[in-house]
Each structure stands twice: as C-alpha cells, then as structure tokens.
Design a protein around this ligand. Sequence first.
Ligand code: GLC
Length: 651
Amino acid sequence: MYEQVSHSLLNEILVDLKPEIHEEDLRHFYTRLGANFYSIYSLFNILYGRRDDFKAQMHKLVETMAGQYIQRSDHLKQTDIERENDHNWFLSQQWVGMAQYPDGYADTLPELTQRVHYFLELGVNMVHLMPMMVCPKGASDGGYAVSDFRRINERFGNIEDLQELAATFHQHNILLTLDVVLNHTSNEHEWARKAREGDSTYQDYYYIFDDRVVPDMFEMTMPEIFPETSSGNFSWDEKMGKWVMTVFNDYQWDLNYSNPSVFIEMLDIILFWANKGADILRLDAVAFLWKKIGSICQNEREAHLLLQLLKDCCQVTAPGVLFIAEAIVAPVEIIKYFGEDAINAKECEMAYNATFMALLWDAVATKNARLLNQGIKSLPDKLERATWLNYVRCHDDIGLGYDDNDIVAVDYEPKAHRQFLIDYFTGHYADSMARGLPFGHNDKTGDCRISGSLASLVGLEDALECGDQDAVDDAVNTILLLHGMIMSFGGMPLLYYGDEIGTLNDTSYLEDPAKANDSRWSHRPRIDWQKAELRNSPGSIEHRLFSALKKMIAIRKELAAFADFNNRELLDVGNPHLFVFSRFVYDQPTSRILVVGNFHSSPQHLNLEDIGRKAYFRNGAVRDLYTGEQPAMFKEELVIPPYRFYWLTDQ
Ligand code: GLC
C-alpha cells in the first residue's frame, strides 16, 4: 500500500543506509521491504511512535533487516523464493514432526547428524530441537534461560556443527526447527550483567523497580507460573538493590518490549538463526511479551502487535521461515496468535494446539469424548495459511486449560472435574493406572498441572510392573489412538521423542538438585539406544509402537484429505465415547475420510446410516486405511474395538 508518511520515511532511511548495504544486490530485499513497509511502519508507530528516537529506531530496524539479508546464504535465499511461489507448502499432509532435547537423543550435534536415519526410518521430516544456546549450569530451565543467544552450548558443539546438521537435514528434506526464547534472558546474560552493574541502558532492557510499589500493583492480577519453585513475579537483586520482573523462574529476567531496542535486538537474533538454516522458529512463551498493570500480563494486544511486526520483518529478510507460537493459553486466545485480530499482518503460521492436546487427555481419563467434542466445537476456524501443531506430549507439563463454559456444557463442575483429572493422572483415583506427577501445584489457588511420559500416563509402566498383559495392550492401543487423532486432525503432528518406543518416566532427575523440584524432567529422557533397537524385534512393545507409527505416518502422507485447509467436519454421533470427524478435499466428493476414535474400554458402535453413509461410502465398501481391512459391522452398525481408531473410506 502507498502511504505518504511511511513512504517518505522509507526514502529518507534508504538514502542514509550504511555504504556497505548500498553495495549489495538487494533487489529482492527492496521489493519485499516496499511491500511490507507500510505495515511495519504502522505497527512500529503504534508501539513506539511516541518516543523521541522513533525515526532513529526505524532506521536501525531497516538496517538490521538489510544486514541480515546480506548475511543470508544464496541457498537459503533460493529456498525463500521457492516457498514464496508455493506459499501453502507447509499445509501439506507430507509433514510430520518430532520434538526433542538434542542431548536426550545424542550426546552432541555431530552425533545427532549421524542419527538422521532414525527420523527417515520413522518418516519424521520436521525436527524441533529444544534450545541449545549457552545457559548457566543448573539455573537453565532446560535451556530456556539463555545467557548468550548467539552461541551454542559447548556440550552440544558449535554453530558449524549446527549448520552441518541443517545441511544434512535439508539434503533429506527434513525441516529444522529451533527455539528462540523471546520473553526473557538468563540473569547471567550480558544485558542483565550490565544492568546489575548499574548501566541504565540495559536496566531499560528489563522491568526493574526501586521498590515494591509497582511490583505489588502487578502482583494483584498476575498469576504465578512456577508457584512451587518461584513464587511471585518479581525477584530482588542484591547487587542492584532493585526488584526485577521474573515471571518464570527467579533467574529468568523478563525483557521489556516497550523498549524498541529490545525488539530490534531480538529480531536480529531471530534472523541470525534463520540464517543458520532454521526453517521454522519456535517463539517461546509469546503470550507473555507485553506487561500491563491491572492485567494478567498475558495475551495483551501489544503482544500480538509485536508478533505481527516480527513476522513482517522476517517476511522481508527471510520469507521462507515460519514461526510457531508457543502460547499455552485459553482456547479462544490461542487462535489469535495466527493473527486473527491482525491490523495489517499475520502473526505465526503455526501454533501449538494445546486445546486439542488437553482435550485428548480428558478423553483418556474420562473414557469418553464429551468434553473433547464440546471443546473442538467451540474452537473457531483458523485463518487461511495457518496450521496447528498437534501433539500429545511435549517437554512441558499438561495444563488443564479447558474453557469452563465447555466443562459446564457437558455437565461437569469445573473445579471438581479438574481435581478428578489431577487425581486420575497422578494415580490417586481408584481406576487409574496412570503414573503422572503433579507439577506447578499452587497452594493458594489449588491449581495443578501434570508431568509424566506418555507411556506412563496411559498406564504402560503400571501394567508392565503388574505383568498385566491386557492392560499393556490397552496402553499400547491408547498411545496409537492418540497418535491416530493427531495425525488426522488437520495440522502438523508433532511426536515427542521417546514416545515412539514407549519410554517410561525417568526418575533419575531426582538425584540432580538442579532438577529435583521440577517434575517435567520425568519426561525428558535420554534415549536408550539399546532399547530403541528393540523396534526391530517383532512382539516387543518398541516394535509394536514404532512400526505402527511408521505405518500411520506413511499412510497420512498419501492422503490429500489430511492436508490442512480447514477441511474438517466434526460429527455429532450421539455416542459419548466416540470422537468422529470427517476430512475431505474441497470439490472432491470421493475424497472423504471418516475418522473414528473410541476412548472407552469396551467396544462401541456407530450407525453409519445416521451420519449419512452415502457421503463416505459411495460404492458400499467400508475400509480402514490404517489396517487395510474391513472393520467389523453388524448391519449398519460399525463396531469400534476399545481404544482403537479408524480412518475409513470406500477406496
Ligand atoms: C516455555 C517452555 C518451558 C519454559 C518456559 C519458560 O513454556 O516450553 O519449558 O519453562 O517457556 O521459558
């Protein structure tokens, strides 16, 4: 869009750019800058327009984008162009992800590079590596307390090793996803150290207060994120003699995004990693980016504007790179991180589907899909060119972030229902074989979340210990049922490393004082490669899970109806134990696939006539794409065994 004020400012900036920038061939950069500038200017103006240094900061912003564009390799620039030309590339059903701790999977990055065959064997072609940047020993929050954003922890290797890994991934058409921890730095980061030494420029990078007046005002409305280990949202820094905002752990200092210098520094870091070969960047804790007195300091409008601005700027320098929003917030809020309320721009192309994840766990505990159906019904459609990251487990806890209205709509009482779920997953419920652990218990509010590996949460650990073969089968089937759902729901499935071989809780974290009070370490395993070898031994649990997931992935990749174009229809089937939806390709009536999941411990039936059999099974045949077989039927009634799923078609 042409707009006088922004256009003349752009001209002014371009004339004044550093001479070395002028010397480069920046044709693509200028075209993209021209196309996005009005939006960049408008957003920057809303956020920082009242400052005296606004123009100087705009200048610095453009210089940062240009500087990183010059650093971008020809190969990556070529990928940018290819992705611009095929802009729906990431919505394809071809992509299947896996998240992992690099040192949980291999000791070093070069070793990880050598293990690429494991991903290829399973069919995984997007790998999210949890943060590897330099962190203090101990006070690291599993890599999320970064003390140097541009250096890799020596333990893993160095930047060259990472680039090597990226190159190997790209040879095999695997996408590399890296984390950028946007909301805070470690208290040992250079900026924090300078702030501590009294440097006011860097004190302005954080939220720092002389006394408790403002912190106390914030505390009136801000919830606690890690109440057990880090109560409150502010920490006293002895050296400065001041209070610092620390929403997560007391060693994680929240960055002050009302300072444009912070925004520009973090944009530079995002583009730095984009230039090292990341295809996707996971933006950590994005809901927290903006702080406002009197609010919960999450999901503020300015947090969205910041993300729109980051996206626009990335679009200019590295348009082939996607953003994942890690916003584990209420269902109606999550969807906004795609850019629902966008002024001019989009935000993140992908977002964790924490809603679906939590609802799936509700279905596991209740053995019915009432809340699951209700919660998905309430989930608004996404924007076009936006997709979910669908997952069952990840490195974090499971939060019971359901909408209370949905809980009430299916006749549960919210507080009692959440308590039931906590009791169920921590094994304090009579019928439960789950071996989860409480996480983030808050004495004041009674809130609690859940840790534990997928296998232990669905009862595999307990079943193996008791030697109960039926329970083992149920646990294996539940693991596959959950994956059958995330593979077909619409979006990119994100497996969690170790789940593909049924990894149980790891209690060794209890021996490490830096980890012992954070139960999330129970599900952040080091892969036991000897155990992983059992994936080749038919009959073993590892083989049952690995081969089934491998098959599921291969089949998913063949099904155009599983690509994500908001092409899903949820079906109300009257049987509370079933979760049923259809997937299709628009304008192709023959492409319909009926997905059915049974969360109950007994077989269930579904009357196909009632859901309009002809729309799915035009030629009369009913076949399950996953097993390749005809499912059991009695007249019009489809029979679904306990904890099983179908992907049905007539083909
Ligand atoms: C994100 C990470 C989590 C971390 C938190 C603070 O939620 O996933 O592991 O503790 O951010 O950085």
